[in-house]
Design a binder for this molecule. Structure first.
Ligand code: ADP
Ligand code: NI
Length: 215
């Protein structure tokens, strides 16, 4: 019988990390390899408490932003590179499909994520969202806005205090369009608990911000 060798998750992880560094370390919009690493760390914590398939979850976490249309122009090419990578890591066709399905369905902005039922997909989604809130969420959002040349706020809008009228061209609007909503969209109880704390920190940040800048 031929000797069969399959990669373990530690070996896979080294190569996944290397791949995401090549693809995203130059990003300056809050989606770099450090984001991917934090999502993996969050997912590990959730996995420990909630259960799930580690081999699927780590791959989907590392790779999730490598097919984002905001970050890459040639999406078919990105998908092809990812499939080749997963094949080289001994993922079966079924596992490759699951990983790609997760990557393509966790986005908040696309609105697809609300229907996720699979625990692995839910964990990756929660892990990504935890990195969108709290102190790190504030930093990433400011980085994203700056990368698009946007101002953080508009003085007249802030003075009026009507958050629903904030221009989408300011970064501050993103707190109300997305960040403050995320705590109620977490799937797992563990993520919900962490999200409550991180969200409360963002509310304090905004209170302090208004106190400092309102005229
Ligand atoms: P999703 O696909 O789940 O909506 P994104 O990649 O769009 O995730 O967003 C990830 C993070 O990038 C956000 O949480 C935020 O920090 C930043 N970001 C994305 N869009 C904006 C925006 N319009 N203004 C400010 N930050 C943004
Ligand atoms: Ni992400």
């Amino acid at each position: 019988m031929p000797f069969l060798y399959f990669m373990d998750n530690r070996e896979r992880e080294k190569i996944l990390f290397q791949f995401v560094c090549e693809e995203l370390s130059a990003d300056n919009s809050g989606h770099d390899h450090l984001h991917a690493m934090r999502v993996v760390t969050n997912a590990r914590l959730l996995l420990e408490k909630e259960g799930g398939d580690e081999s699927i979850i780590i791959a989907a976490c590392y790779l999730h932003d490598c097919i984002d249309k905001k970050l890459f122009e040639n999406l078919p090419l990105q998908k092809e590179k990812i499939i080749r990578l997963l094949q080289s890591l001994d993922y079966t066709k079924e596992q490759q499909d699951t990983i790609l399905y997760i990557m393509e369905n966790i986005s908040f902005s696309s609105g697809k994520s609300k229907d996720l039922t699979n625990i692995n997909a839910r964990i990756v989604c929660d892990a990504d969202r935890l990195d969108a809130i709290g102190a790190i969420g504030i930093i990433r959002t400011i980085e994203f806005g700056a990368s698009r040349g946007r101002k953080f706020y508009n003085q007249e809008e802030v003075n009026k205090s009507d958050v629903s009228s904030y221009s989408k061209e300011t970064t501050l609007a993103h707190f109300y369009d997305k960040l403050l909503l995320l705590k109620d969209l977490m799937f797992t109880d563990t993520a919900k608990r962490i999200a409550e704390k991180r969200s409360a920190f963002m509310v304090s940040f905004l209170d302090e911000f208004y106190e400092e800048v309102k005229e």
